[in-house]
Ligand binder design. Structure first.
Ligand SMILES: *Cc1c(COP(=O)(O)O)cnc(C)c1O
Length: 379
């Protein structure tokens, strides 16, 4: 990692994001919709988007309309699908900006049709089926009526159904019986839609885990997110899939001090060194997205070794016990990164605090600055 004087920064490797995109695109040999929601999984919406496009992504996927509109406002012209809407969503603005919309209910279809009439544009719609996640799709009971209404709107020229899609509950457990069950329900939903005349829609089902492990879910388009950022959705070593983590979270030591055995460290004194030691103060905390649960659990690279955070993580800072290592104020510590230089990985943090790396990378922020390295998609 390039040395830097920054107090606290998230370093994002754009070339890693582009290379990961290319690896996945190559693996599936069909179009890839890169998911860049949640500020590009914490890597920065626009830089991450430009990097996935440089890596060969064919389309972009986001959760909410605001994210899609931000892409258009920045001049991104690639196809964009936004799939999570609530009543009151500004579908007219979406159509004006040429954003594709997921529809999962009759009231939502009515809203999209009204927006199509108001703007004079034909809406590009992806119908979403609930095939067993019980989350954003229409259930098998609701599906035939939704399909019929969509087919009528398509015949009237108000919409074109360009996608039929669903989402997996258990793709990270590739032998789980729900996988075959969801594929079966999805294929029934597709058959119903095709019988109703929606014959041109592309089918898409695969998130990152399915893109890596379940070729039977690839259909006409895959829809990975986390793997683009180099993290293994299966919870293992991303390198086994040819992926490289793009994010490094680092900070500079703010203060060091020698303390005797037995002092209490940080709020509640939940940590005490057994012997005289050096404590190093790291100026980032839970307000910056370092989970409070990391206290006495998560590893940090400091002074040439990984050390568990000493005591509680505070709002703005935490403490490391670095023993007799010659750590000085200004020295770099690394919370997580690719793991190539002895630093912990986001996966190691996730394991240590009982969460998933998705949550760690999307929540890191606060007063960290972001710095980009690599040139993929740079403007
Ligand atoms: C977030 C999301 C994805 C991407 O999931 P990953 O596990 O990050 O690959 C794909 N589809 C939908 C509907 C999502 O919400």
């Amino acid at each position: 990692m390039t040395p830097s004087a920054s107090r606290a920064e998230v370093v994002v490797d754009l070339d890693a994001i582009a290379a990961n995109t290319a690896v996945l695109r190559e693996r599936v040999g069909r179009p890839l919709m890169a998911v860049v929601k949640a500020d590009g999984y914490g890597h920065g919406l626009l830089p991450a988007t430009r990097a996935v496009l440089a890596g060969g992504a064919d389309a972009l996927g986001v959760a909410v309309l605001e994210e899609a509109l931000a892409l258009r406002a920045a001049g991104i012209t690639a196809p964009v699908l936004a799939w999570l809407h609530a009543p009151g969503a500004d579908y007219a603005a979406a159509l004006t900006a040429d954003i594709e919309l997921s529809v999962n209910a009759g009231w939502a279809l009515d809203g999209v049709v009204a927006a199509a009439r108001a703007t004079g544009r034909t809406a590009r719609v992806h119908l979403c089926a609930d095939t067993g996640l019980s989350r954003e799709g229409a259930t098998p009971v609701e599906w035939p009526a939704l399909v019929d209404a969509a087919a009528r709107a398509q015949a009237d020229g108000e919409i074109t159904v360009v996608g039929l899609w669903s989402h997996m509950a258990y793709a990270d457990a590739p032998t789980h019986p729900t996988i075959a069950a969801q594929v079966r329900v999805f294929e029934e939903a597709v058959a119903i839609a095709r019988a109703a005349g929606l014959t041109d829609a592309r089918r898409h089902l695969a998130n990152s885990a399915a893109t890596i492990a379940l070729p039977e879910t690839w259909y006409d388009l895959v829809r990975p997110g986390i793997a683009l950022y180099g993290l293994d959705p299966l919870g293992g070593d991303a390198a086994t899939h040819g992926l490289r983590p793009a994010m490094t979270v680092r900070a500079s030591v703010a203060l060091t001090k020698r303390v005797p055995a037995g002092v209490g460290v940080s709020y509640g004194h939940t940590y005490s060194p057994q012997t005289e030691t050096t404590l190093a103060l790291v100026p980032v905390g839970y307000a910056d997205g370092v989970p409070r649960a990391a206290g006495n659990r998560a590893p940090v690279l400091a002074g040439g070794a990984q050390r568990t955070i000493a005591g509680r993580v505070c709002m703005d800072q935490f403490v490391l016990d670095v023993g007799n290592a010659a750590v000085q104020p200004g020295d770099e510590v690394v919370l997580w990164g690719p793991g190539a230089d002895g630093e912990p990985t986001a996966q190691a943090w996730a394991d240590a605090i009982d969460t998933i790396h998705y949550e760690l990378v999307t929540r890191i922020g606060g007063r960290f600055t972001r710095r980009y390295v690599g040139s993929a998609g740079a403007v």
